[in-house]
Design a protein. Structure first.
Length: 431
């Protein structure tokens, strides 16, 4: 009898809890629903997923107070779901994608971006390394809410394609951007691409963008209010004095298209050296925040760069990190962006480095979304990498969650992927 009464009490409590959630929906300033019961106040920095894994992107799931990370494990694309405390909920390796084998031995496939889909599942894109054509091409992957594969689409294998970002469109299908392999430093083949993918994985169309060099690429994309798209990335310097031969000599690149991928507007910004855009987010006022890097002079390393841009690519304001007073051995770059739920603060995760170049550490910046004011910035121990993603998301308690590494970064194949959870001012449990 006692057991039966206990069960009745449990069922009654569950029924009351469900009724309470149904009658009290929650929507915050960023349009996120059903997060009323999320917000566990935590601070942590912990290794996840075991040794040798890498992370490239990170998203928040409002329907169950969790987070999903995309990256690489056992040399294949990987998803990891964790709860508010950073504990693993499930882990999925996409073993049906073969490990690349090429002219120089083994390679690997890695998920570069992930987004939640309207059915509660996930859409991912992948890239392959090495980028030599003998190693094949990237994929688009649709997974269900538990990370199980629903379908795979292999990108054009006649010339390797590398996905950098993918989103679900307002119409329910998907938009992919990235770059593809062109055969020569000087080429008219246009190395950046944008592709629209149907809900079942079919490629509807592919548009190519760029100039005469082989380093033009898109790194991030958003859909505009008019149904078109805005992609940002890097455009390699052309013409006299450059001739596509200086690696990394690129401009920040902004491209606006219509819904069919036809170019509507294009803008490039930068000096004689290393500029690029790494991420873009939509702002509540209809404009966009764009992260990246610039280089003031040839004698100094790269500097972190944030821009507020209009839908036509005009710069409304910009901020860039001043050169370090200690000389040429230090630099910074913004890599990933997030907007706080009230729409008032832009958060960026990136890295700082000091020579030698493999000494790279995570860094987070916070900016007023209505001005170029830097609110705070914090440095963190461990490792980051110029070649890895730098995912960051707002957490349910108003803090932030981002990626990093322990034990030597990419220089050491036993490095450990690390998740760091901070408070609203970027402070960690170790401070």
């Amino acid at each position: 009898m006692i057991r039966h009464i206990s069960l009745l009490l449990v069922f009654g409590f569950l029924f009351w809890s469900c009724e309470d959630e149904t009658d009290n929906p929650s929507t915050n300033a960023a349009g996120n629903h059903n997060i009323l019961n999320c917000g566990l106040d935590t601070l942590f920095s912990k290794e996840v997923g075991g040794p040798g894994n890498t992370g490239y992107d990170l998203i928040r799931l409002d329907n169950d107070c969790s987070y999903v990370l995309a990256g690489k494990r056992t040399k294949r694309p990987w998803l990891l779901k964790v709860d508010e405390s950073g504990n693993e909920v499930w882990s999925r390796v996409f073993d049906e994608i073969p490990q690349p084998q090429g002219d120089f031995g083994e390679g690997y496939q890695f998920a570069t971006a992930v987004n939640e889909t309207s059915d509660g599942g996930f859409i991912l894109c992948s890239s392959v390394y090495p980028t030599h054509p003998s190693y094949g091409t990237g994929y688009v992957i649709k997974a269900d809410s538990a990370g199980h594969t629903e379908w795979l689409t292999e990108l054009d294998y006649s010339r390797p394609h590398h996905g950098q970002d993918i989103i679900q469109t307002l119409e329910g299908d998907y938009l992919l951007v990235g770059w593809w392999y062109v055969n020569g430093a000087v080429s008219s083949q246009k190395s950046a691409f944008m592709a629209r993918i149907g809900e079942g994985g079919s490629i509807k169309w592919t548009q190519r963008f760029g100039g005469d060099c082989d380093e033009d690429q898109f790194n991030a994309v958003v859909q505009a209010d008019d149904g078109g798209f805005i992609a940002v990335g890097e455009f390699e310097h052309e013409g006299d004095g450059f001739n596509c031969s200086f690696y990394g000599y690129t401009d920040l690149w902004f491209v606006k298209t219509d819904s069919e991928g036809n170019m509507v507007q294009e803008a490039k910004y930068g000096g004689a050296y290393w500029e690029r855009a790494t991420d873009i987010v939509s702002l509540p006022d209809g404009n966009y925040a764009v992260s990246g890097r610039k280089r003031h002079t040839k004698q100094h390393p790269i500097n972190a760069w944030l821009l507020k841009m209009s839908s036509t690519g005009s710069i409304l304001w910009e901020w860039d990190e001043p050169d370090y007073s200690t000389g040429i051995s230090r630099g910074d770059e913004l890599r990933a962006l997030s907007l706080t739920d009230d729409g008032q603060t832009i958060i960026s995760m990136g890295f700082k480095y000091a020579m030698p170049i493999d000494n790279i550490e995570p860094k987070v910046w916070a900016f007023n979304a209505n001005s170029s004011t830097l609110l705070w910035t914090n440095n963190y121990g461990g490792e980051a990498s110029d070649n890895e993603g730098a995912g960051i998301v707002n957490t349910f308690d108003g803090g932030f969650l981002f990626l990093g590494y322990n034990d030597g970064g990419l220089a050491n194949m036993s490095h450990h992927l690390r998740l760091t959870k901070t408070d609203s001012e970027g402070n960690t449990a170790h401070e």
